[in-house]
Design a protein around this ligand. Structure first.
Ligand code: HEM
Ligand code: HEM
Ligand SMILES: [Cu+2]
Length: 326
């Protein structure tokens, strides 16, 4: 879930567009969080559970595909016709979307109780969860590190090293985990120390070698990241206050760690976080702490009506802080 939240932020900022379907995105996130409590039985389809119970868990599991699909399509729609900035953070966020699709789709296979009789405890499962958990989740976290690094240290990470890190990690993750689907469909079981005693699995030897080589290369690629991270803390190029031209409030705070984060007064939030490519702004973005002008539209549907905006007094940002805060 945190990786998906990071991705929403990174994709909107670097596509220079409001996130597509803001309300639907929030409802989906809550829907996934809630439904995830009700699906544990899909790990137990072949334990001998009552088939009716299996059916219930199957339906609940497949329902999760709906909010997951909403999120994925909204990510793609946010990219659509955006002014896309291919920063390393953006590449990792798009990488998450890719892995989330590939890994999520196989979740639907596994969620079908009848199919799972064949697929359970095979490498198909290993492929599925490494795409969603070992790749998508990790890529989301890396997107967050690249994105917020200048916020943390006032310096950039090196872009070239970031690109090398992304492309090798992206290619090797698919090379490692994608072939495992075919092994699983062919019946190769998970959690075996070695397969050489089972001649029917001998055909997978070459694939296993490929996977091993790709995994070693992918592991080594992380050295670029670690080097980049620690080197940039001390020697990275100095970054401006708000390097990605983001709207959100954290980019208005100084890099120095202060009690209360801001030196003087705490800034007031006037607008939603997605005023990118705003027609009224020359800079193509309006940070959240810029007061509303008369005629500006508050574009959060859910908040409208709850937080009245005093348009006539918008220039004065101290007097009405209580009524203009969203
Ligand atoms: C569309 C969403 C998803 C569906 C429908 C789904 C469905 C399933 C099913 C039915 C299994 C059991 C397969 C079996 O053992 O026979 C499974 C295994 C697994 N899934 Fe997912 N999954 C989804 C997303 C995720 C996500 C987001 C993660 C983690 C980030 C995840 C992590 C795992 C893990 C770790 C296992 C293997 C557990 C084990 O037996 O060791 N899945 N998934
Ligand atoms: C280059 C990276 C990785 C490689 C090559 C890799 C490889 C593997 C392989 C081959 C297995 C199956 C072992 C077996 O069933 O005999 C496995 C199991 C597993 N991996 Fe990974 N993995 C990687 C990264 C990750 C990451 C990042 C996560 C979690 C975020 C993860 C979580 C798991 C889990 C939960 C299992 C199941 C353990 C079990 O069967 O009890 N892996 N991994
Ligand atoms: Cu599960």
């Amino acid at each position: 879930m945190p990786a998906l939240g990071i991705t929403s932020e990174v994709i909107a900022t670097n596509a220079r567009k409001p996130i597509f379907g803001y309300t639907a995105m929030i409802i989906s996130l809550c829907g996934i969080a809630f439904l995830s409590f009700l699906v544990w039985g899909h790990h137990m389809f072949i334990t001998g559970m009552n088939p009716f119970l299996g059916e219930v868990f199957m339906v609940l599991t497949l329902i999760i595909a709906v909010p997951s699909a909403v999120k994925t399509f909204n990510y793609l729609a946010t990219l659509w016709k955006g002014n896309i900035q291919f920063t390393p953070a953006m590449l990792f966020a798009i990488g998450l979307v890719s892995f989330f699709i590939s890994g999520g789709l196989t979740g639907i296979f596994l969620g079908n109780a009848a199919l799972d009789i064949n697929l359970h405890d095979t490498y198909f499962v290993v492929a599925h969860f490494h795409l969603v958990m070992g790749s998508a989740a990790i890529f989301g976290m890396l997107a967050g590190v690249y994105h917020w690094f200048p916020r943390l240290y006032g310096r950039y990470m090196n872009n070239t090293l970031g690109y090398i890190h992304f492309w090798i990690s992206f290619a090797s993750a698919y090379l490692v985990f994608f072939p495992m689907h075919f092994m699983g469909i062919a019946g190769v079981p998970r959690r075996y120390y070695q397969f050489t005693l089972l001649p029917e699995f001998g055909v997978w030897m070459d694939v296993n070698i490929l996977i091993t080589i790709a995994a070693i290369i992918g592991g080594l690629a992380q050295v670029f990241f670690l080097w980049n991270f620690f080197y940039s803390i001390f020697r990275g190029k100095k970054s401006p206050q708000n390097p990605w031209k983001s709207n959100t409030l954290e980019w208005t705070a100084p890099v120095e760690r202060l009690h209360g984060n801001w030196p003087g007064e705490i800034p007031t939030v006037y607008r939603w976080p997605y005023d990118y490519s705003h027609p009224d702004s020359e800079d193509d973005f309006i940070p959240q702490n810029v007061p509303m002008e008369p005629g500006d539209q508050l574009r959060i549907p859910a908040v409208e009506g709850i937080a009245p905006i005093h348009k006539e007094s918008a220039d004065d940002n101290t007097d009405h802080a209580d009524t203009t805060t969203i």
